[in-house]
Design a protein around this ligand. Structure first.
Ligand SMILES: *Cc1c(COP(=O)(O)O)cnc(C)c1O
Ligand code: SF4
Length: 398
């Protein structure tokens, strides 16, 4: 049986899909969705025809990152096409067990920037707070696969009390980003307590949650959850959508509930080979995001995480996509392309070259059509240009 999954341009619902016998009430219950995740080879083979690469991947990757896909998200997978962009994100492949010379266990150097277990303090005024190691489903390219899902060797030890004490003492921290794992896996009560505790720290101005739950498990975005979150404003949210087909009717409605609760929404995509590494797919994605009231925020060059070489693209591909968006479509639809610098340098913006020349007299620029323009440097003070560090190998990671 071939299932028509569409080209992703429309918002469609795939329910009940592979679960025709389930009542709507159970289907809409997020705890049922979590309990009934597809986690084993037998369950997978009950629904879809696996390729040899996928079957070996499932058998051999289990000690690195667990397999889990919610029924809602599983319904996006066709049963007969292993090259499908949704399938590539969540079904393991044998290539995951291959080592590439660039692969790392902790590509963004997070472990060396943790003053307290669970808190990554890399930038001057903000911290990343890893509050859980569990997610609704697992992404095969996860940059935190060393700790996420509980399957790998390394465990995420979170010391909440120590983390709160650190945040209280560090008055320079004005922005806390909750991630993991996925904080929206917590119960409303637990999340409410966590947010209240953070809100009791006066110098924390801004709290955001990085989550893929609205995409993997839109049923979790209940009116009660939204009402609870709205008590903790200003609260922002970054969701994670890579392919336009992930934006189903249910996901759109979940995002609307969050937006209606006053939560500004951004999206982070990872550039992935065979998933979203072409301009047309990305353009459809960013346009659909705006229709869901989500502002495209970042496109990440895929981190050099162990076993992800088959999902990585060239950096040039990301630049080409930005070049094809900027000026050609709504400015709000254009995310910032970044590389999270290997070893712990943080996010570095990567842009097409729009500056052709710049000195104290003029700047020469080109627009999205390639037309060239000049703008005079008429400021009275002489500008000190940001030092263009010459490239030397010894600067690497310094
Ligand atoms: C991404 C990230 C942040 C947030 O960065 P923004 O550019 O402000 O979104 C903060 N801390 C760490 C460690 C991060 O990786
Ligand atoms: S949802 Fe985020 S943290 Fe969880 S597996 Fe996917 S990328 Fe990793």
């Amino acid at each position: 049986m071939t299932q028509e999954k569409g080209d992703g341009k429309e918002f469609i619902s795939h329910a009940p899909g592979y679960w025709p016998e389930i009542s709507q009430e159970l289907w809409n219950d997020w705890k049922w969705q979590l309990k009934n995740r597809v986690t084993s080879l037998a369950q997978l083979e009950q629904h879809v025809e696996l390729s040899d690469e996928e079957r070996s991947g499932v058998l051999l990757s289990g000690d690195k990152l667990a397999l889990a896909v919610t029924p809602h998200f599983f319904n996006l997978l066709p049963d007969d096409n292993p090259d499908d962009p949704i399938r590539r994100q969540v079904i393991p492949r044998i290539e995951e067990t291959w080592a590439s010379p660039y692969d790392m266990a902790d590509p963004c150097g997070e472990d060396s920037h943790m003053p307290v277990p669970g808190l990554v303090h890399r930038y001057p005024d903000r911290v990343l707070f890893l509050v859980t190691d569990r997610c609704a489903s697992y992404c095969r390219y996860c940059t935190r696969s060393r700790v996420v899902s509980g399957a790998g060797e390394q465990e995420l030890h979170i010391n909440f009390e120590e983390a709160f004490r650190y945040l209280e003492e560090h008055t320079e921290v004005r922005d806390v980003l909750l991630s993991g794992g996925d904080a929206l896996i917590f119960s409303d009560e637990r999340l409410d307590k966590l947010l209240s505790r953070l809100r009791s720290i006066p110098h924390i101005e801004f709290v955001r949650i990085g989550t893929r739950v609205p995409i993997f498990l839109p049923q979790r975005i209940t009116p009660e959850l939204c009402a609870m979150l709205a008590k903790h404003h200003p609260l922002w949210m970054s969701v994670h959508v890579n392919h336009p087909r992930e934006l189903t009717t249910e996901v759109k409605q979940a995002l609307e509930r969050l937006a209606n609760a006053g939560i500004p929404l951004g999206n982070q995509s990872v550039l992935l080979a065979g998933v979203n590494d072409d301009l047309e797919t990305m353009k459809t994605l960013v346009h659909k995001l705006l229709m869901c009231r989500v502002r495209p925020y970042y496109i990440y060059q895929c981190d050099l995480i162990n076993g992800s070489a088959h999902l990585r693209t060239s950096v040039a591909k990301g630049i080409e996509i930005i070049e094809g968006l900027r000026g050609h479509t709504t400015g709000y639809a254009v995310p910032q392309f970044v590389i999270d610098a290997p070893g712990g340098g943080g996010k570095v913006p990567i842009n097409p070259g729009y500056i052709l020349y710049h000195d104290n007299e003029k700047i020469v620029i080109r627009n999205y059509e390639g037309k060239i323009f000049e703008y005079p440097e008429t400021g009275n003070e002489q500008v000190q240009f940001a030092p263009q560090r010459e490239y030397h190998d010894e600067y690497l990671y310094s």
